[in-house]
Design a protein around this ligand. Structure first.
Ligand SMILES: [Zn+2]
Length: 191
C-alpha cells in the first residue's frame, strides 16, 4: 500500500478500527485517518446510542430504580446532575434531545424527545440531512425530513417544504407533515 496514493476520504471510508490501530505505528498516516473518521456524519440509525432510542422516550422512575443504559449514556445516571429541562446532544451522531425531568407528589419521570437543530437553536448540517433522505432506514429518513421541514419553514422556503410534504416516500411525507404541524403550533404560541 502506497501512502502517497491514498486520498483522505478513501482512508476514512474503507478502514475498520482494527486497521486504524495497525496504522498507528505508521505515525504520518495515523493522524489523517483519525481526523477524517471523527468528522464524518453518522445517521441516527447507525448511531450506537440513538439506534436504541425512540423519537420519544419516557421512563417512570417509580417503576425503574435505574435508567436504561442508552438513556443514561445521554442523561447521566443522576437526575440531580443537570437542570430539569435541558437540551442534550448525542456525543456520537450529534442529534438533539429535549430532556425533561418531572418530580411531584405522584410523578417522578424522565422524558427524552428527539428534536431538530432548529428547535435546539443549533446549526443544521443541510448537506447531511438531504443525503439522509435517501437512507434505507426509516428512522433516519424520518428524522432528516423532520429536521429539514423545520429548517425550511424557519427560512420561509415554501417550495422546499412543499417538496417534502408531497414526497413519494410515505415516511418522509408523514414526518414532514407532523413536523410542520409541530412547528406552526409552537410558532402560534409565541405570536
Ligand atoms: Zn446519536
Amino acid at each position: 500500500m502506497s501512502q502517497g496514493n491514498l486520498s483522505r476520504s478513501t482512508i476514512a471510508l474503507t478502514l475498520e478500527p482494527s486497521s486504524i490501530e495497525l496504522l498507528a505505528t505508521e505515525s504520518s498516516i495515523c493522524a489523517i485517518v483519525i481526523t477524517s473518521a471523527t468528522t464524518g456524519h453518522i445517521p441516527i440509525s447507525d448511531c450506537e446510542i440513538c439506534a436504541h432510542l425512540y423519537s420519544h422516550n419516557y421512563v417512570d422512575l417509580r417503576d425503574n430504580s435505574r435508567l436504561p443504559d442508552h438513556i443514561a449514556i445521554l442523561t447521566g445516571t443522576s437526575v440531580t446532575s443537570r437542570p430539569a429541562q435541558d437540551v442534550i446532544e448525542c456525543p456520537v451522531c450529534g442529534s438533539f434531545y429535549a430532556y425533561t425531568y418531572t418530580c411531584g407528589f405522584t410523578e417522578n419521570d424522565i422524558e427524552l424527545r428527539r428534536i431538530t437543530p432548529v428547535e435546539a437553536g443549533r446549526e443544521l448540517n443541510l448537506e447531511a440531512c438531504i443525503a439522509d433522505l435517501g437512507s434505507p432506514h426509516e428512522e433516519t429518513r424520518g428524522y432528516a425530513a423532520q429536521c429539514l421541514v423545520e429548517y425550511y419553514l424557519s427560512k420561509e422556503q415554501e417550495e422546499k417544504t412543499a417538496y417534502l410534504l408531497n414526497h413519494e416516500d410515505e415516511i418522509i411525507r408523514s414526518y414532514a407533515e407532523a413536523s410542520q404541524k409541530y412547528y406552526l403550533y409552537h410558532k402560534s404560541l409565541k405570536a
